[in-house]
Design a binder for this molecule. Structure first.
Ligand SMILES: C[S@@+](CC[C@H](N)C(=O)[O-])C[C@H]1O[C@@H](n2cnc3c(N)ncnc32)[C@H](O)[C@@H]1O
Length: 208
């Protein structure tokens, strides 16, 4: 077999996950917002460079069928607490089946603070979002990003997956002082990750 990055449609994703995502997309297009789970390359990119030694808590939002969770499970050290969030019950069932050791929370990411408070967290080091935030109405997007921003520990990061490379850099720059982007072509469609640091509170955004 040839070396090199796997083809985005190949062994990256079990066939059953593809079918489940496709089926849920047909009935919940706005929520699911994709026809296929993220590739392994994209899922790894969102974890790139995480400073595990100094990380206590990681939250994944909009986990879907768990392509990022799968990569996370491979690399997360035992001292790090991980919360996996997903809205759709069928995806949560799939996540619990595949990752019985993970804390999977079924619920709306717009209630992030409450969700984490219920688990005793008031601060997180990384928020990894697969949420279709650009499909959210602005008030809901503000709600998710501002809760994540408030919860971030000093030096913490909000990371967002995208399948519309470069298009939304300006959007994330409204919320964060530092935004960088990494393109990942090995995904269907090609995508990338926004790495965001230094949350800008709403009062400051309004004054800009
Ligand atoms: C684009 S898919 C990404 C799934 C997965 N992370 C991946 O990379 O393949 C978006 C996911 O966000 C979930 N989602 C949408 N709105 C949500 C919300 N308000 N709270 C939690 N999850 C949500 C959807 O059900 C879906 O699983």
């Amino acid at each position: 077999m040839a070396d090199g990055p796997p083809h985005p449609e190949s062994s990256n994703r079990p066939r059953s996950d593809l079918l489940l995502v496709l089926r849920k997309f047909l009935t919940n297009a706005r929520t699911v917002a994709t026809v296929a789970p993220s590739s392994r390359a994209l899922s790894r990119a969102i974890l790139r460079g995480i400073d595990w030694a100094n990380t206590k808590t990681v939250v994944e939002l909009g986990a879907g069928t768990g392509p990022i969770t799968a990569q996370l499970a491979k690399v997360v050290p035992p001292h790090v607490r991980v919360v996996i969030n997903e809205y759709l019950p069928e995806f949560c069932a799939a996540l619990r089946h595949k990752f019985p050791a993970m804390d999977v929370v079924e619920g709306d990411a717009r209630r992030l603070t409450e969700m984490l408070a219920g688990r005793g967290f008031t601060q997180v080091d990384y928020v990894l979002s697969g949420l279709p935030l650009t499909h959210f109405v602005p008030a809901d997007r503000d709600a998710v990003i501002d809760q994540a921003g408030r919860l971030l520990a000093p030096g913490g990061e909000f990371r967002q997956l995208t399948t519309a490379p470069w298009l939304y850099r300006g959007l994330y720059r409204r919320y964060f002082r530092e935004v960088s982007f990494r393109l990942v072509v090995w995904n269907l469609p090609p995508g990338g990750v926004y790495y965001c640091r230094g949350w800008i509170p709403p009062e400051e955004r309004a004054a800009r």
